[in-house]
Design a protein around this ligand. Structure first.
Ligand code: ADP
Length: 298
């Protein structure tokens, strides 16, 4: 396993930031680490990178124990913190050479990294002159200079404009071909666009850990339907493949089905057979966005 986290807990004083979190990542996986503000994402990332210690639990990266062998594990990890720590007065190349010296990285490798992250046209500029998107590239370049197997990116796309966002997502995907990447975000669409797997945490609790494939293969259908009459619950219960239902407004029902078959025609037939009229029917695709809202709203 590239990343192995077992029952990790961490409190800041009385504030519990992580409660017995466990997950693992296989080589080459891109994992989206999703959660509202204050969920504990940064705390988990700081623990993985050896910047802070957990109160309990075990953490290893590339089979190296982060808690007892932090120097060796740091060599395997690249980390871009949320506040990209750049020296704005330095030139791009100068900064990367400075960073490379810390890890004793060869000159040729610096050139390769510059090309890989798409910084070739900007290397002779001062970091402060670059757009936010290019500054993120510099941060990512610095994080991968020592060729780590695991890359940890804390909210790498926050504050980027739509074009830059797209470019950084592409870069993450590209890097994910050879590295295991864990990146935090609160943008659901980003996870859908980039990741192989999603982990959702909230208030320090792990709420979901699933592959995107499993999420997409999900046969759940959420349908919002408004009839012309107020129906009794027993009536709704006659529908086949029913998983759950909720009646928020008088004649409107939110019905979840577990079925491979499209349930919309079934509902139309059901209405007709029972002398009802459908005033409105919407299929609410169980996208990650709806799932995320459902999971984190309570
Ligand atoms: P996220 O990255 O998901 O926004 P954090 O890991 O930053 O979440 O924070 C998780 C919880 O821990 C929050 O309630 C936050 O206020 C608290 N916290 C984080 N860092 C500190 C700190 N250095 N001191 C005290 N509390 C902290």
């Amino acid at each position: 396993m590239s990343i192995e986290v077992q029952a990790v807990s961490k409190s800041y004083g009385n504030q519990l930031a992580l409660n017995e979190i466990s997950f693992s990542a296989k080589k080459g996986e891109i994992i989206g680490f999703l959660g509202p503000n204050g969920a504990g994402k940064s705390t988990m990332m700081k623990i993985l990178t050896g910047y802070i210690l957990p109160d309990n639990g075990a953490v290893s990266v590339a089979e190296i124990d982060v808690l007892t062998n932090s120097m060796a594990s740091k060599a395997k990890i690249g980390y871009l913190p949320e506040q990209n720590p750049l020296y704005l007065d330095m030139y791009v190349k100068e900064y990367l050479q400075f960073q490379a010296a810390i890890f004793k990285v060869q000159k040729e490798e610096i050139a390769m990294v510059i090309e890989k992250v798409g910084l070739t046209s900007e290397v002779h500029k001062k970091i402060g002159q670059l757009s936010k998107g290019y500054q993120q590239r510099v941060g990512i370049a610095a994080a991968i200079l020592h060729n780590p197997v695991v890359l940890i990116l804390d909210e790498p796309t926050t504050g980027l404009d739509p074009n830059q966002l797209q470019e950084i997502r592409e870069l993450i995907k590209e890097l994910g071909k050879e590295k295991t990447i864990l990146f935090s975000t609160h943008i659901m669409q980003e996870v859908e666009a980039v990741c192989d797997r999603v982990i959702i945490i909230k208030k320090g609790e792990l709420l979901l850990d699933k592959s995107m494939k499993d999420l997409k293969d999900n046969n759940e259908q959420l349908i919002e339907v408004t009839f012309d009459y107020k129906l009794e619950e027993q009536f709704i219960q006659k529908l086949p493949n029913l998983k759950s239902y909720k009646n928020n407004f008088d004649n409107t029902w939110y019905i979840t089905f577990e079925s491979e078959e499209d349930m919309r025609p079934v509902i139309f037939d059901f209405a007709q057979e029972n002398g009802l009229k459908i005033l409105e029917l919407n299929s609410k695709n169980q996208s990650l966005e709806t799932l995320f809202k459902e999971i984190t709203s309570s």
